[in-house]
Design a protein around this ligand. Structure first.
Ligand SMILES: *Cc1c(COP(=O)(O)O)cnc(C)c1O
Length: 453
């Protein structure tokens, strides 16, 4: 019988996270303080626990995963690796397609891989409450769950459009004991300032981050948690790729191509960094980051220093960005609507080790439906971009007369995203264009920022 599914036992949950910073062929540019000066680690102590700050700046190749975190990971890890045999047949390809499925976590995505260790380290440091932002609600729900597991309070600023459109994600947060408000809110200076100017603001991740950071910075009992972008978040996600390395070995396969979708870059980092380690060691592996054409930070953004939030409260990060005041069009992939990109992923694209591609939402949903009909699992809107990239690679392989082995990260299921599927299935979904003057405006905004050296 052909094998669909490759499973690992609990004792194979990785014992350490892989820190790609130790292996980069060219070093990363450092983050800067908001005023452009050097960033001192102690500037971060009002909002992050020391263990996470140390991980953020670590140059150690491997960082041990604490036993209590591995025990909590065992609620859903190791996750399965699938060979997409049915989808391969449906596509009529000789390529072998594998996918790592992160939708089996309680929250339905890869996000608990980092929410659990973040809540753990904060609880260890005596913190009582975490604040955060969420777009579509995947991160907010993942953090609410992790906070509940470690006895912390959780406050989530949820982007207004998603708050209105996705009540079930809010109810998940509340079921797990979290408190969720629509952002911009009346509860912070950042939120009130936006509402004074734009009472009907749909919100954005950048605005919600400003609110959550302000909340944490102004309360003694509260720290801030971010669901993507930062080095320590990407680090935690490497459990995904480490397991996939082992599972592909079980399948007797080595990938020619590794693909992930990118919003802030964390699930992509999770699947790809352990394979990039093999690429640095000389293996021929192509690594592709798939982003939405309506929020194309990697393919059309500017590479330079920018704020992570709208109000300019965070450190300046060296990254591909559309400008911190950019409010992305309301595509269905809420988790990919972020103006910037993880500095590590940006650096890898900038140095040519990772290739970036952009796809528009209709073509992505078309392929996601094809995938669901073949494999059963209904993908979240975000990984439909990775699925679209797989189909493009399958076509290229055919043109080149090669049969490749392709691995992608199916980072979440779409069971809460039926409104998006409805819009597609009823023919109402449209592609949202991003006018060039929006990009020019971003470039102008960034011209006053420090350049990457
Ligand atoms: C949050 C999220 C994303 C985008 O975030 P990354 O940090 O780029 O991974 C993508 N897919 C899903 C399912 C998400 O929940």
């Amino acid at each position: 019988m052909p094998q669909h599914r490759y499973l690992l036992t609990e004792d194979r949950i990785p014992a350490r996270w892989y820190n790609i910073a130790a292996d980069l062929p060219t070093p990363m540019p450092p983050p800067l303080a908001p005023d452009g000066g050097p960033l001192q680690p102690d500037m971060m102590t009002p909002i992050f626990p020391m263990e996470l700050i140390l991980q953020e700046v670590s140059q150690e190749r491997f960082i041990p995963i604490p036993d209590p975190v591995r025990e909590m990971y065992a609620l859903w890890r190791p996750t399965p690796l699938y060979r997409a045999l049915n989808w391969e047949r449906a596509l009529g390809t000789d390529c072998r397609i594998f996918y790592k499925y992160e939708g089996v976590s309680p929250a339905g995505s890869h996000k608990p891989n980092t929410s659990v260790p973040q809540a753990y380290y904060n609880a260890q440091a005596g913190v009582k409450r975490l604040s955060t932002e969420t777009g579509a609600g995947q991160w907010g729900s993942s953090l609410a769950m992790a906070c509940q597991l470690y006895g912390l309070e959780c406050k989530v600023y949820m982007v207004r459009v998603s708050y209105d459109a996705k009540p079930y994600r809010r109810l998940m947060m509340e079921t797990w004991g979290g408190q969720c408000v629509a952002s911009p809110s009346q509860e912070t200076n950042a939120g009130r300032a936006i509402l004074a100017e734009h009472p009907d603001s749909p919100g954005s991740l950048g605005i919600a981050i400003s609110e959550a950071v302000e909340d944490a910075a102004t309360r003694e009992d509260t720290n801030y948690a971010l669901g993507s972008v930062l080095n320590h978040v990407l680090l935690h996600q490497t459990v995904v790729g480490q397991e996939a390395v082992e599972q592909l070995r079980m399948a007797g396969a080595e990938p020619d191509v590794v693909i992930g979708c990118v919003g802030g870059g964390s699930n992509f980092a999770g699947i790809s960094f352990p394979f990039l380690a093999e690429k640095f060691a000389g293996k021929d592996i192509q690594v592709i980051a798939a982003e939405p054409a309506a929020c194309p930070s990697l393919t059309r953004g500017h590479y330079g220093y920018d704020f992570g939030d709208t109000a300019g409260m965070t450190p300046l990060l060296p990254m591909h960005t559309l400008g911190h005041s950019f409010v992305p069009p309301a595509i269905h992939s809420g988790g990919l609507r972020y103006h910037g990109m993880a500095p590590l992923v940006s650096h890898l694209v900038h140095t040519g080790l990772v290739e970036a591609r952009a796809y528009s939402q209709v073509e992505c949903f078309t392929e996601a439906v094809g995938f669901a009909r073949a494999e059963g699992i209904i993908p979240a809107p975000e990984p439909s971009h990775a699925i679209r990239a797989v189909v493009e690679e399958v076509q290229r392989a055919k043109e080149e007369g090669k049969a490749k082995t392709i691995l992608f990260n199916l980072c979440g299921h779409g069971n809460f995203d039926m409104a998006a599927y409805e819009s597609h299935l009823t023919g109402q979904m449209v592609d949202l264009e991003l006018p060039q003057d929006e990009l020019d405006r971003a470039a102008a905004e960034l011209s006053s920022m420090p350049a990457v050296g």
